[in-house]
Design a protein around this ligand. Structure first.
Ligand SMILES: [Zn+2]
Length: 184
């Protein structure tokens, strides 16, 4: 799953032609399906495993308003066990692409070819989303503070052995509470 070892689609796919909307009056809108079921290169430092959903593009006085919710699949590292996994999440989008370009109204704009480019918008939104702590699975057991090994790979019995909970406590505060209860 690392970058470069698998093929991917070009970020040009994320450009939408909206010239036909600009010729319409304010309020005119079109729903655009977005179906990219494969790995796509969004930005220098960002690949997505898939992207899907619908965007409603509305002509406004300022330009084109893009609104909708996209389903994103992004390969990233688990914050608890550090293994790579695919993080799937819904990404709400509501952004103005100014036409003509106007930095006071939006950092995004319709380009001279009549295209809007979703790539920089996706990159910005996904970096915000990915700033939150994410784990690969609700039951991810993390890394042993003693051996440094991935506890998800250890035998299941380790988890129910209360004597070993001390080593988990440094990693997961919820287990520290469990240990307190067991000690009482
Ligand atoms: Zn994990």
């Amino acid at each position: 799953m690392s970058a470069g070892t698998t093929s991917y689609l070009n970020s040009r796919l994320l450009k939408l032609q909206v010239g036909y909307l600009l010729t319409e009056g304010p309020g005119f809108s079109r729903e655009i399906p977005l179906q990219i079921p494969q790995r796509v290169h969004v930005a220098e430092d960002l690949y997505l495993e898939s992207l899907s959903g619908h965007l409603t593009l509305t002509r406004t006085k300022e330009g084109i308003l893009a609104q909708g919710t996209l389903q994103v699949q992004h390969g990233r590292e688990c914050d608890r066990c550090l293994e790579e996994f695919v993080h799937g999440f819904a990404l709400p989008v509501a952004e103005l692409y100014a036409s003509p370009a106007d930095p006071e109204k939006s950092v995004f704009s319709v380009d001279s070819s009549g295209d809007i480019d979703l790539a920089p918008l996706l990159r910005e939104e996904i970096i915000i989303e990915e700033g939150y702590r994410v784990i690969c699975h609700d039951l991810c057991r993390g890394i042993s503070s003693e051996s440094g090994s991935n506890l998800n790979d250890e035998p299941e019995t380790v988890e129910v052995d209360s004597h070993n909970l001390g080593s988990y406590a440094a990693i997961d505060p919820r287990l520290a509470i469990l240990k307190q209860l067991l000690d009482q």
